[in-house]
Design a binder for this molecule. Structure first.
Ligand SMILES: C[S@@+](CC[C@H](N)C(=O)[O-])C[C@H]1O[C@@H](n2cnc3c(N)ncnc32)[C@H](O)[C@@H]1O
Ligand SMILES: [Zn+2]
Length: 195
């Protein structure tokens, strides 16, 4: 018996201009809590290579497609990256990043309705040698009611008290500034817990 032809499914998301910053990624259909939306892809390089690649970048420019996987590896989505690189930061996000076997996935932490912008908390780490205006540089424009005003996490560090980490404490986005992998495991299984 002939099968009825299936209607092609609408893509899960689309990339378009965002009120938060530049381009963003928006749900094109309902995304269930726990769904893996996309893998964060790009050129996998060492921290040294990433630093070398962007050494001439203006320190006041916060824009980056770098994502720290661990102490050895950074994903540079500016080279061979996919749409994941357009997902913006938000302080009350609907997604999170998860690292599994050194691969990074963006996963929904609640049900997302069509048209909603996808976001996750970059949790960019502070460094002891941060410029005094670091919070201005990394100002957050997510617009959430409880926006913390910055894409950075944690209390301000003072040079006197904090030793500089051998590798710049991987903040999610930035040669040395991308977020440290929070945890590993499970990304491809349906959601276990939300934050
Ligand atoms: C991975 S890119 C996200 C895509 C970006 N909107 C674009 O068009 O290229 C990360 C950069 O987007 C900007 N960005 C993302 N979320 C932001 C936010 N909540 N507030 C301000 N800038 C943000 C910052 O420049 C950040 O380094
Ligand atoms: Zn915010």
């Amino acid at each position: 018996m002939k099968k009825t032809p299936r209607r092609p499914r609408t893509p899960l998301f689309e990339v378009r201009h965002s009120p938060i910053h530049g381009y963003g990624v928006f749900a094109a259909r309902r995304i269930r809590k726990g769904a893996v939306v996309i893998e964060y892809l790009g050129d996998r390089v060492s921290h040294a290579q990433a630093d070398e690649r962007y050494k001439d970048k203006d320190p006041n420019d916060n824009h980056t497609f770098l994502f720290t996987v661990d102490a050895r590896t950074v994903i540079d989505a500016g080279v061979d990256g996919n749409e994941a690189r357009y997902i913006n930061h938000a302080c009350d996000p609907n997604c999170e990043s998860t690292t599994v076997n050194k691969r990074v996935f963006i996963q929904a932490i609640r049900t997302i309705q069509p048209g909603e912008e996808l976001s996750y908390d970059y949790q960019i780490q502070r460094d002891s040698d941060d410029a005094p205006n670091i919070d201005e540089i990394y100002a957050c424009r997510c617009g959430a009611e409880d926006c913390r005003g910055t894409m950075l996490v944690g209390a301000k560090k003072t040079r006197k008290l904090v030793h500089r980490a051998p590798i710049r404490a991987a903040g999610a986005h930035g040669a040395a500034r991308q977020r440290a992998p929070r945890r590993s495991g499970i990304a491809q299984r349906p959601q276990r817990r939300s934050r």
